[in-house]
Write a protein that binds this ligand. Structure first.
Ligand code: MN
Length: 500
């Protein structure tokens, strides 16, 4: 299993020494009460820890430096209760490398109309102090998330919760370690990319191995272990051995069990959390990894097919972001395969892959099948077959434009799969991109998006945009509001804004 760590977010309140001890004590007490209240809301996926009221450059520098060094600190939430002259924040903020939220709130909700006086206004002046602070953040060009609203408001708390998950993805980006078995699929452009540029921009480590390195691990798996894991498969999933003898079927499934066990050992020993395969370079593997990859994805590993390490990294990051969502609906690698055109404006894209769709998105119990596959020129691989849950989700594609990266994010609606596809031997989703199939596809193609995507039901486009902001890369959104003319212009403007 993947490693877990208990992250917390630090809360720092800005003030200054002009107001006297009594005021600063009140600021601290309010901050403490607010943090306790937010933690008690049950909405936040991580705990907030109130650290300090900061009133000078020294305490500010120390707090951000400590936050940077503490492995349990996932990010800092700042709020100016009073006015806090922002020059004293410059050094601390410039050296800070973790996710930053500017929570623009205040202790009281309503104005105390009948009692308000100058003392109250001086103590409770976030509307004033947070503008000074935000001006500096903008001037320093520091990526941060700004959330405005009262701290008890459920909508505000949900936005903080969403950002906390994004922050987990921002932090995870530096931890992404991808093992590639084989190189990019021959001649394919969109899955290629500059791995040095990716390590600089995102922190990803992308290492190549030969499939033979993996085959050795798979061969070392004992038949007892692969038989035991196959038993587990048979308990967890339906078995559809149609047209095959049960013994022959099971032998094929056992090959995937041994690939799963060999892959897991390989990745665990070397500390990888994402994996990439290529059907053209399978070497000594008896089958294209199918069921094995599906199981690893369900366990939180990133995956990309045909050498696609960029999508593998995005799947891994989105799985980490979605991990703390209550009752998660699923996150997977997908591929745009074939269209359902419809004159009524309700066309859709059939999403699938040769084998590798994550069972976390399955609408019902997946079925194990063993079917012919021409790609890879190996024996018929076992795979999990299912259709995906209906509902809203978000799909993204990270492309390398040569000089820089672009993240393309599309809101999609997964449709109930009412028409059975009995002859399709792979897992699938049927989704309608927003604003509709035609305009969604036109925008996606104009932006240069890939046929591979990282998809999740449990995240929204804004979270992926915030992640891209933190990475300093372009992000474009295709959604209900997309207008093609504006979208084309946005791409042109971004060309200038993001050129390096
Ligand atoms: Mn593919």
């Amino acid at each position: 299993m993947m490693k877990e760590n208990k992250s917390v977010f630090w809360f720092a309140t800005g003030s200054q020494d002009l107001y006297g001890e009594a005021c600063l004590a009140e600021v601290a007490s309010h901050s403490s009460e607010m943090v306790s209240g937010m933690n008690a809301s049950g909405i936040l996926p991580f705990e907030i820890v109130f650290k300090a009221v900061l009133i000078d450059a020294e305490s500010i520098n120390r707090l951000f430096s400590d936050a940077d060094k503490d492995p349990c600190c996932a990010g800092v939430i700042t709020w100016m209760h009073t006015f806090s002259p922002a020059k004293m924040w410059i050094c601390g903020l410039r050296n800070f490398r973790k996710p930053l939220m500017h929570l623009h709130t205040q202790f009281n909700s309503a104005l105390p109309f009948s009692t308000i006086d100058m003392d109250f206004m001086n103590t409770n002046q976030s509307a004033h102090g947070d503008r000074e602070f935000a001006h500096l953040l903008t001037r320093l060009n520091i990526p941060r998330k700004t959330v405005a609203g009262h701290w008890r408001n459920a909508g505000v708390l949900r936005r903080i919760a969403g950002w906390m998950r994004t922050a987990a993805g921002i932090n995870e980006s530096r931890q992404v370690r991808i093992a590639r078995f084989g190189d990019n699929m021959r001649d394919v452009a969109v899955t290629e990319g500059d791995k040095v540029a990716a390590e600089i921009a995102f922190g990803w480590k992308v290492d190549a191995y030969s499939a033979e390195d993996l085959a050795k691990y798979v061969d070392a798996v004992s038949s007892a272990d692969s038989a035991a894991l196959t038993e587990e498969y048979y308990r967890l999933y339906s078995v559809n051995a149609a047209g095959r003898s049960p013994e022959e079927f099971r032998r094929h499934v056992e090959v995937q069990a041994s690939i799963e066990l060999g892959l897991r050992r390989f990745l665990e020993e070397r500390g990888y959390n994402a994996v990439v395969t290529n059907f053209q370079t399978l070497s000594g593997l008896k089958q294209l990894p199918g069921l094995a990859i599906q199981r690893l994805m369900a366990d939180g590993y990133g995956f990309g097919a045909e050498g696609d390490w960029k999508t593998a990294a995005m799947v891994r990051i989105m799985k980490v972001m979605a991990k703390t969502v209550p009752n998660p609906r699923g996150t997977s690698f997908f591929e745009d395969y074939t269209y359902h055109f419809d004159d009524a404006g309700s066309g859709a894209i059939l999403q699938a892959h040769m084998l590798e769709v994550c069972p976390s998105v399955a609408a019902s119990r997946p079925e194990i099948r063993v079917e012919f596959l021409s790609m890879g020129e190996r024996e018929d691989p076992a795979r999990l077959v299912f259709t995906s849950k209906p509902g809203r989700g978000v799909a993204c594609s990270l492309v390398d434009l040569g000089a820089r990266f672009r993240l393309i994010v599309n809101d999609v609606e997964c449709l109930p799969q009412e028409n059975p596809m009995p002859r399709l031997p792979v897992a699938s989703a049927l989704w309608r991109p927003f604003p509709d199939l035609e305009r969604g596809a036109e925008a996606w193609l104009t932006a240069g998006g890939a046929h591979h995507t990282a998809f999740s039901y449990d995240l929204d486009a804004g979270q992926l945009g915030d992640w891209a902001d933190a990475m300093g890369v372009e992000c474009v959104f295709i959604d209900a509001d997309t207008d093609l003319r504006t979208f084309r212009n946005e791409l042109r403007w971004n060309e200038a804004a993001f050129s390096r």
